[in-house]
Design a protein around this ligand. Structure first.
Ligand code: PHE
Length: 367
């Protein structure tokens, strides 16, 4: 047997006996590595005579190929065995209790704001916002409530005692979302079609009033806007929000300094088992009208304050209490509980994070 045959037989034996991947790798290095025995044979070809090389070359190359294939085959075997061993030792105990489910719920106020954004987006309204710490120019003056206007007193405003804006304006917590009307018109001009949901503050507290509550403002400015557009918008919004086609609206003359004319919108309800259920004509027997929101055509003075020409642009605006909308739709009766942070209340009235309001599914599906 030549040296080559001996080497081949030894390599075969060693490879078959390699017990693990590390042993096999050591063998590969010893045979085919830089200092390996087969590599040395290949190097020896250079020193041979052409005849010798012609005879030995193919044998040495064949040996290298054979050993390479044997190494790969054994490697595959060892890897399969390792996997097999892992699969038999690793077990998954399906009887273990499931991991704790994530806690927390979406607050009804957030849910209702999302519902409103969805409804108004469908009518082409964008969502705008403004600061909760406002100055009295945006909160009052530009809304046609000068310093001495009696309506200012009605707002129970929280003023910052020693804060002034750089231009001498008094700082306060905004008492309504209407200053967002001003900010939007000043920044973007006209036309405008926005809603502005957010927190507002008034020094007032009982079962239906909390010092902080939520409003949503609506503002449309364009050419040729009239009261009919306002009524249609409110009606469409309320039908979508309460998911009832029989919502009947009554517009009643009212007064806000920033709208002219001003209208309060009432919604008809039926008295059912001591509970008021929205829907139907409020004048029908056993029915009544519930005051729901303030609105009106934007006062030309307000347009002027914002740099718009009232002979070119008209518009309407409305403001609604978001908490009140939530109470009416989901049946809570004490506003204060909204902000107590009582986990039992939150779990009961909260929404699943997956319960994203969509018009196609009905805006207020409960999990
Ligand atoms: N800002 C008014 C309020 O807080 C509501 C309102 C908004 C009225 C827009 C008319 C137009 O009571």
């Amino acid at each position: 047997m030549s040296d080559l045959d001996t080497l081949a037989a030894e390599a075969d034996r060693g490879i078959a006996a390699a017990a693990d991947l590390a042993a096999l790798e050591a063998l590969r290095v010893a045979l085919l590595g830089k200092q390996g025995s087969i590599s040395a044979l290949l190097k020896s070809l250079g020193a041979m005579s052409p005849e010798q090389r012609q005879a030995e070359g193919p044998r040495i190359h064949a040996l290298r190929e054979r050993v390479t294939a044997a190494l790969a085959g054994r490697k595959e075997q060892l890897e399969a065995a390792t996997l097999e061993a892992r699969l038999t030792t690793e077990t998954l105990d399906l009887t273990l209790p499931s991991p704790e489910a994530p806690r927390g719920a979406i607050h009804p106020v957030s849910q209702v704001m999302d519902e409103l954004a969805e409804i108004f987006a469908d009518m082409g309204f964008a969502v705008a916002s403004g600061p909760e710490i406002e100055d009295d120019w945006h909160n009052f003056t530009a809304l046609n409530m000068p310093e001495t206007h009696p309506a200012r007193a009605m707002h129970d405003t929280f003023y910052f005692p020693d804060q002034m804006a750089s231009d001498g304006r008094k700082m306060l917590l905004r008492t309504h979302t209407s200053p967002v009307q001003i900010r939007t018109m000043v920044a973007d001009g006209a036309p405008v079609r926005i809603i502005a949901p957010g927190r507002v503050y008034r020094s007032d507290s009982d079962a239906t009033h909390t010092p902080m509550f939520h409003q949503i403002e609506g503002l449309v400015i364009d050419r040729g806007i009239h009261l009919g557009h306002l009524k249609w918008t409110l009606e469409t919004f309320l039908k979508a929000f309460f998911e009832r086609d029989d919502i009947v609206l009554r517009l009643r003359p009212s007064y806000f300094p920033f709208t002219e004319p001003s209208v309060e919108a009432d919604v008809g309800y039926a008295e059912v088992g001591g509970r008021r259920v929205l829907g139907g004509d409020g004048n029908a027997p056993g029915h009544g009208w519930m005051e729901l929101l303030g609105s009106g055509m934007v006062n030309p003075r307000v347009l002027e304050f914002c740099g718009l020409d009232p002979s070119e642009w008209q518009g309407f605006a409305f403001g609604v209490g978001v908490d009140r909308l939530a109470m009416l739709k989901y049946g809570m009766d004490d506003l204060r509980a909204f902000f107590d942070g009582d986990l039992r209340w939150l779990r009961h009235y909260g929404f699943s994070a997956l319960d994203v309001p969509t018009l196609s599914a009905g805006v207020g599906v409960r999990a």
